[in-house]
Design a protein around this ligand. Structure first.
Ligand code: RIB
Ligand code: CA
Length: 306
């Protein structure tokens, strides 16, 4: 698999889970502007890999802004750095010289097996990859996306941040012809890492456990202030976890389209529950999650690092 991300507190947990699981082989990580600017999301990915002792994983920086729209970061959620709240080590390595699209193409071309892409930020890099290398799309097993919302959004009333940030890219990816899974807010808002669970990380007695405990305490601030929740939704790690535990996320095939024209509903993922458009499903949409199992997966994964 290849993780395309914008670390981001929940992206950091997605990285840790992906690297911890024996069922998954992380070929590389690509970064995109989203929660923070590209320089910060790239630095954050490298700092997380340094923390986890996995600087062997290549990281390539991708798009510094969406295809069409101006950039909008989510510092109100993740802080100015994009990963505020913990004492992360400085990155021990830099990104590879290739850009994200080139690394995606090389890793897919070189892989003996079909590759799963796991985008957990705006879909700019994945859209550029699909348009630049259509010949490689048949070698993509699945695209497991954290993004979208069946009902209420989180950036606007209508739209979830990853899709809202680059709706044109999202529309390209959802219709790229490869199997696409969408993990929307309805699932991830049920995937709360509660503050009462945080001591489980501190009890690990490791630097990684302490750092993620601190990251989660910071990530909980926004969610307490906006929603009154006692914890934070680990959005991005669900897009990884669903690959590890079949059935962890309840999923239903639907036709899904992205609003790219409207100002009011820009980035809305329109789920056609009854096939009213007369089009076949193009996405399997998450509708529910086994939260307890998910949190156990995360704690167990973090426990695999020093
Ligand atoms: O809306 C949640 C998504 O936006 C998550 O991927 C989070 O990391 C941010 O990128
Ligand atoms: Ca993200």
């Amino acid at each position: 698999m290849i993780l395309d991300c914008d670390p981001g507190h929940d992206d950091a947990l997605a990285i840790a889970l992906a690297l911890a699981r024996p069922e998954l082989h992380v070929l590389g990580i690509t970064t995109v502007a989203g929660n923070a600017g590209l320089e910060n999301t790239t630095r954050n990915a490298l700092r997380v890999l340094t923390l986890l002792g996995r600087t062997d994983v290549p990281v390539a920086a991708g798009a510094g802004r969406p295809l069409v729209r101006p950039i909008r970061v989510a510092s109100h959620v993740h802080g100015v750095s994009g990963l505020d709240g913990a004492d992360l080590p400085e990155a021990a390595v830099g990104p590879v010289a290739e850009g994200a699209v080139d690394l995606l193409a090389r890793l897919v071309r070189e892989s003996p097996d079909p590759v799963t892409l796991v985008p957990t930020g705006p879909l700019t890099n994945i859209a550029l990859f699909a348009r630049t290398h259509p010949e490689l799309l048949p070698r993509i097993a699945e695209i497991s996306i954290m993004g979208g919302a069946i009902g209420e959004g989180n950036l606007t009333a209508s739209a979830e941040f990853n899709i809202w940030a680059d709706p044109e890219a999202a529309a390209i990816v959802l219709d790229c012809g490869r199997p696409v899974a969408l993990v929307p807010l309805e699932v991830t808002h049920a995937a709360l890492f509660r503050n009462a669970d945080i001591p489980r990380l501190e009890a690990l007695g490791t630097q990684t456990g302490r750092v993620f405990a601190d990251l989660l305490r910071f990530f909980a601030i926004f969610h307490r202030e906006r929603y009154g929740w006692d914890g934070s939704p680990i959005h991005d790690a669900v897009a990884v976890a669903r690959l590890v535990v079949p059935g962890l996320v309840t999923e239903v095939p639907y036709r899904v389209d992205v609003e790219t024209e409207s100002g009011l509903t820009r980035g809305r993922t329109v789920v056609d529950f009854h096939g009213l458009r007369g089009l076949p499903p193009n996405v399997v949409v998450g509708t529910a999650i086994d939260r307890g199992r998910f949190i156990d997966l995360l704690v167990e994964a973090i426990g695999r690092f020093a």
